[in-house]
Design a protein around this ligand. Structure first.
Ligand code: BG6
Length: 471
């Protein structure tokens, strides 16, 4: 077992690093989860001194860390941070970086985090490999052939994993020629969210849910991820991607597969991935003539005026999709997936609607609240108090997990959990390549059908629930 020595963040001056990665690493530092000599290198093109850089990290960490920020903790944390300036497209500059890594004694037990556009993945891997091969020979380390130049170095890549199946494959095959397969981690930060991980426990550790989690008792399932934010500084990327690729193909599909999968041993990451993949494989093929019943695309008014968005852009900022899983557990139960930007509220939840037991009686609803509140809510029927026996009323039990201070303190933020999982070589919280491949296949077909047979775009006002046709 190799000790963890450090992490090198390509895109160290980007939004993701500032908002998510450094605050997560600060939390891990405060919890004592980073080894004593663990180093964090941020890579960027800007002319920052180490001190400038650390001051910037300080401000973001103060604002975004989950655990209480203290000057004392940060003064300790700052000793881990390094800044390395380089042009990631310039192959010559990687020798310097690898020397820097060597000087800081980080080479073995290292994670490279690609928090950059996928177009840079290839150049970075290539630069690192040739510089590593050179360095390994110089430093007289064994194993200088083939991908072993990268030793047991891990790499974390951020989505988008391509913009379609072809480009996703290209990225993956390219990475595989540099890193060992088991060292490539596809991050989907939704898999690090507490209540998404909790879905399995909720389903499999409770007889009251486990026994009825199927088509005989469930009417439909809604998975909603609503956002109030727009595209902001990410418009350049977003306009080429859209909500289908940005949110549905990964985050919502992952949630759907956990909600729908067969039971698997929670401690066996391979078994979980396999159970999830089986759900993707069972997705019912959409017929050519039913695309309008299955997919609705929307765009918020004003999107086309955003900086870096094409004035006639047809990129969707809202998607509603109806899916069916064609297996014995789910045949006939619709799964509705909805996500959108600039909506009236930030809210992610899974709503499981149970069938009614008799006419006029409301079916039970189980709501798994993912964010901003975390918890579980159950609606059920009771007799209304009084002498009249027949009057049934709906009541609710509401468990708010995040309302309990101790839970808030003990619940790691998604990136914190995922970086730690990567350090521990725990792959259960990362997307598997097979899942990415199947989900792209499905999405590609839907998109082709949409372009061929529909092309409708529904506009909606910012601050509303999205296109009313989506409901
Ligand atoms: C990212 C998407 O993966 O997830 C963004 O690219 C989206 O467009 C974000 O805003 C939502 O994440 P969260 O954790 O804020 O729900």
């Amino acid at each position: 077992m190799i000790n963890n020595r450090g992490i090198v963040i390509f895109g160290g001056t980007g939004d993701l690093a500032y908002r998510k990665l450094f605050p997560a690493l600060y939390n891990l530092h405060c919890l004592g989860s980073l080894p004593k000599d663990y180093k964090i290198v941020g890579i960027g093109r800007r002319e920052y001194t180490e001190n400038d850089y650390i001051e910037i990290i300080n401000a973001w960490t103060k604002e975004f860390s989950r655990l209480q920020y203290t000057d004392k903790d940060f003064n300790d944390f700052r000793k881990r941070i390094k800044y390395y300036k380089m042009d990631m497209n310039n192959m010559q500059e990687y020798n310097g970086l690898v020397d820097f890594i060597e000087e800081n004694k980080m080479r073995d037990g290292l994670i490279y985090y690609y928090a950059v556009s996928p177009s840079l993945f290839g150049p970075i891997s290539k630069g690192l490999k040739s510089a590593n091969c050179l360095a390994r020979k110089e430093y007289n380390v064994n194993n200088t052939s083939d991908s072993c130049c990268m030793g047991d170095t891990k790499v974390i890549i951020e989505k988008p994993f391509g913009k379609d199946l072809e480009s996703a494959k290209e990225i993956y095959n390219n990475l595989k020629s540099y890193f060992k397969d088991e060292n490539i981690y596809h991050i989907d930060h939704y898999l690090g969210k507490e209540m998404i991980i909790n879905i399995m426990t909720l389903r499999f550790a409770n007889a009251i849910f486990k026994g009825v989690w199927n088509k005989d008792f469930i009417e439909k399932i809604d998975i909603n991820v609503y956002e109030t934010v727009g595209v902001d500084s990410r418009a350049g990327y977003y306009d080429k991607s859209g909500a289908l690729a940005d949110m549905i193909q990964n985050h919502l599909f992952q949630i759907m597969s956990i909600v729908a999968m067969e039971e698997a041993d929670i401690s066996d990451s391979q078994a979980i991935k396999k159970a999830q993949s089986n759900v993707f494989k069972s997705l019912k093929k959409v017929r050519d003539d039913e695309i309008d019943e299955v997919l609705l695309m929307g765009q918020y008014n004003g999107y086309r005026n955003e900086d870096k968005v094409a004035p006639n852009s047809v990129t969707e900022t809202y998607v509603a999709m109806k899916l069916e899983i064609d297996n014995d557990r789910w045949r006939g139960v619709p799964f509705y997936l909805r996500t959108g930007k600039k909506l009236d509220k930030r809210e992610s939840e899974v709503v499981v609607s149970f069938k009614s037991t008799s006419e006029g009686v409301a079916g039970n609803n189980l709501i798994i609240k993912i964010q901003p509140d975390e918890g579980v809510k159950l609606n059920f029927n009771i007799k209304k108090p009084g002498t009249e026996k027949k009057i049934i009323e709906e009541v609710e039990m509401d468990f708010c997990q995040s309302c309990i201070l101790e839970n808030r303190i003990n619940t790691p933020e998604a990136y914190e959990r995922l970086i730690k999982a990567c350090m521990d070589s725990d792959r259960s919280l990362f997307s598997g390549w097979e899942q990415i491949e199947i989900s792209w296949n499905f999405i590609n077909r839907i998109l082709d059908l949409y372009k061929k047979n529909s092309n409708k775009l529904y506009f909606y006002e910012p601050g509303t629930k999205g296109p009313k046709e989506a409901f």
